[in-house]
Design a protein around this ligand. Structure first.
Ligand SMILES: [Ca+2]
Length: 551
């Protein structure tokens, strides 16, 4: 029933788009995608085998997720991956890595290519089929399914009996599972992950200025504008001059993050889907995006968004903060305590004297922050491997919780300790980054490592870590990673650069008033004329596949 509805929507979208734009071959793309969607829905249940037990090796030993992966003697695997990005770290002999290998019970023959040129070196090896390894770190995320379609990698779901850790993790991470389910319904790669919801870009206020204004951090656009006016009109830095304050210092790339959600727009991802699964392009929203531009144009006209906002860079923001000239910033959370607060002349290490992160702004729509796709490095098992099942077991063990603990914290009693409440903390030696790198911390170059929030918490000020924990609830998933077909990537590659250029140029023109918002409808027509509809048809088909894999 549900599938039928989605299919109907896709066809409607394809017809509507074709009629309006006259661009390309959008209806072809639509029909291809409905075929694959059906195929996928039928095969995407492979993870259900997660609870069954794997095959015994020749000694009768069955791998069930803990080391070793086999009790057979003399087994070995070849792994093609990359060196550490720290050139003085020999990752293959780093203790965290050798510990995993020793525990696994097999020998590993490493083929490590230079981190800085991995993509350039590994891509031709893969495309020419010149790879002699059981496990391969992909040079990219195979977005267009190039390696999958050339048959280079074994479908892992056919070996899920041997991958209890991976299957359990996929069940616990349905978004990632949907993202890495290929168009044919199979799963080919074990991904490392980045932190997706923590330490994301956010709004930050000078807490001392907020206190002088006698207000809490604003929650609505109206409160925010009032605050900017207050900052502009008053001598916030107490130098006797009421004209040197710059109310906010926002690099133009962050304006969409900062104000889009209050207008119901994910301008960060660009493409967004409503609850019914209909995909739209936020920069072509004829009501909300126009309202967004009107709001920014109002800030610009009033001098609250500075004339030079398009050229403002991070160094300039830092210079202003160090001179106590500005009250509001927006940047990656990292900047909060590491680049902004620490240069404030009166910062004493506490939140009371810092640039502090705050809730997102709300307007007609409730505000949110946009997270990032968590998928990192991807590892596949070569279909030409002489022991695919053993390679699957190794990858499965390498992504187990026990190994993730090693990746994130290192060796118990050396790099970290556990306190009475069970919380881990880095030892004094563990806080020495050079030493920690030599230990092989976060070895995402060679294993599917998951970036940890706790390890980042340790590096920032305590109040910053608390602030991150508070803001996490406002972070939403971005547009997901979705595999493309060749036809789809052709359409996107053909049109998207021109579309983005038109969008960027017009955003600036509308905000600065160089182009009147009376011409907004013309702008929408211009977008349609350069085949936005074709791209939307592709995005809709891709999103439909993603949704099907998610269910
Ligand atoms: Ca002043």
């Amino acid at each position: 029933m549900k599938r039928k509805k989605l299919l109907a929507l896709t066809l409607v979208a394809a017809i509507a788009v074709g009629a309006v734009t006259g661009c390309g071959s959008s209806s072809d793309t639509g029909s291809t995608s409905t075929d694959t969607q059906t195929a996928q829905t039928e095969t995407a249940t492979s993870g259900d085998a997660a609870q069954t037990t794997g095959q015994a090796d020749s000694t009768g030993y069955v791998y069930e997720g803990t080391a070793p992966i086999t009790q057979e003697e003399g087994k070995s695997l070849k792994i093609l991956a990359e060196t550490s990005n720290y050139s003085n770290v020999d990752i293959a002999s780093a203790r965290i890595v050798t510990t995993v290998v020793e525990q696994s019970g097999v020998d590993v023959e490493w083929q490590l290519l230079d981190y800085n040129s991995y993509q350039d070196a590994a891509t031709p090896m893969l495309t020419s089929g010149n790879v002699d390894a059981d496990i391969v770190l992909l040079p990219d995320q195979d977005t267009n399914q190039t390696y999958i379609k050339s048959g280079l990698f074994a479908p892992l779901d056919e070996h899920f009996d041997s991958m209890p850790n991976f299957t359990a993790w996929l069940e616990a991470n349905p978004v990632i599972k949907a993202e890495i389910t290929a168009e044919d319904g199979h799963i080919y790669y074990v991904p490392g992950t980045n932190v997706g919801k923590d330490y994301q870009p956010c709004l930050m206020y000078n807490q001392v200025w907020l206190d002088k204004a006698g207000v809490e951090a604003p929650e609505t656009l109206d409160e925010f504008v009032e605050l900017l006016r207050y900052f502009k009109e008053n001598d916030m830095n107490d130098n006797g001059d009421t004209t040197d304050e710059i109310p906010m210092s926002i690099m133009s790339a962050f304006l969409p993050y900062m104000f889009g959600p209050a207008f119901g727009l994910d301008l960060v991802s660009g493409f967004q889907a409503d609850e019914a699964g209909n995909v739209t392009y936020a920069y072509a929203d004829s009501v909300n995006y126009k309202n967004y531009l009107e709001f920014l144009n109002g800030l610009y006209e009033e001098g609250l968004l500075e004339v030079e906002y398009t050229s403002l860079d991070r160094d300039q923001v830092i210079a202003r903060i160090s001179n106590d000239l500005t009250g509001v910033a927006y940047d990656f959370s990292w900047a909060m305590s590491m680049m902004y607060s620490n240069v404030l002349p009166y910062y004493d290490g506490t939140a009371a004297t810092a640039f502090v992160g705050a809730k997102p702004l709300s307007g007609d729509y409730e505000g949110y922050y946009v997270g990032r796709v968590e998928l990192g490095n991807m590892f596949g098992v070569s279909s030409s491997s002489s022991d695919i099942d053993l390679a699957c077991k190794f990858l499965d063990y390498a992504m187990s919780d026990a190994c993730q603990e090693l990746y994130q914290w290192g060796i118990l009693g050396e790099s970290y300790e556990v306190d009475d409440s069970g919380n881990k903390y880095f030892t004094e030696q563990g806080q020495d980054n050079d030493w920690l790198q030599q230990l092989g911390i976060n070895p995402s170059f060679v294993f599917p490592a998951q970036q940890s929030v706790e390890a980042t918490d340790i590096l920032v000020a305590d109040w910053h870590a608390e602030c991150n924990a508070e803001l996490r609830q406002y972070v939403v998933d971005p547009w997901p990673f979705i595999y493309s077909t060749t036809d789809e990537s052709d359409v996107v590659n053909t049109y998207m650069t021109d579309i983005q250029t038109l969008v960027d140029e017009n955003a600036t023109a509308f905000v600065t008033g160089n182009r009147s918002l009376d011409e907004f409808d013309t702008y929408i027509n211009e977008l349609n004329a350069i085949c936005l509809g074709d791209v939307l048809t592709v995005k809709q088909a891709q999103y439909d596949r993603y949704k099907a894999a998610l269910e």
